[in-house]
Design a protein around this ligand. Structure first.
Ligand SMILES: [Zn+2]
Length: 153
């Protein structure tokens, strides 16, 4: 239990195609962008952890999600700094910083310096790159009689 960096995942295009939906493949492996207000999570307030749709790596917490009004799920910080890699992206007319999964290099979205406190950052993500895992779903057997461990809301 000493390594802090997750093992890199490398898969060929055909493997990703078999695993992902066409939209997930387009966004994560071809650096696509879903249309605003069309994704699963832009308006979601469900608590949980957003994991990489490609490799399952935990990337963002619902605790850091905010309503950016952009039509994409937006966060002010990743779950852990090492969970994502950031690259300068000069493909378009404006300079942006691309955000990818540190484990499998899935394209997730971009980060902009106009977010809220406490970081001032806005991680503008694609719903298609994320999969929301509800709390306590990490282990296989949910509903196994965990009774008073957590307060009902
Ligand atoms: Zn990944």
């Amino acid at each position: 239990m000493s390594e802090s960096k997750p093992d890199k995942i490398k898969k060929g295009e055909s493997e990703w195609l078999a695993q992902l939906t066409p939209e997930q493949f387009h966004v994560t492996r071809q650096a696509g962008t879903e249309r605003a207000f069309t994704g699963r999570y832009w308006n979601s307030k469900t608590p949980g952890t957003y994991v990489c749709v490609c490799c399952g790596e935990p990337l963002f917490s619902s605790d850091a999600k905010f309503d950016s009004g952009t039509g994409w799920p937006s966060f002010w910080e990743p779950l852990a700094p090492e969970a994502v890699d950031e690259h300068a992206d000069r493909a378009l007319w404006m300079k942006r910083t691309e955000v990818v999964c540190a484990r499998c290099d899935a394209h997730l979205g971009h980060v902009f310096p106009d977010g809220p406190e406490p970081t001032g950052l806005r991680y503008c993500m694609n719903s298609a790159a994320l999969d929301l895992q509800p709390p306590n779903a990490a282990e296989g057997g949910e509903g196994a009689g965990a009774s008073e461990a957590k307060a009902e809301e």
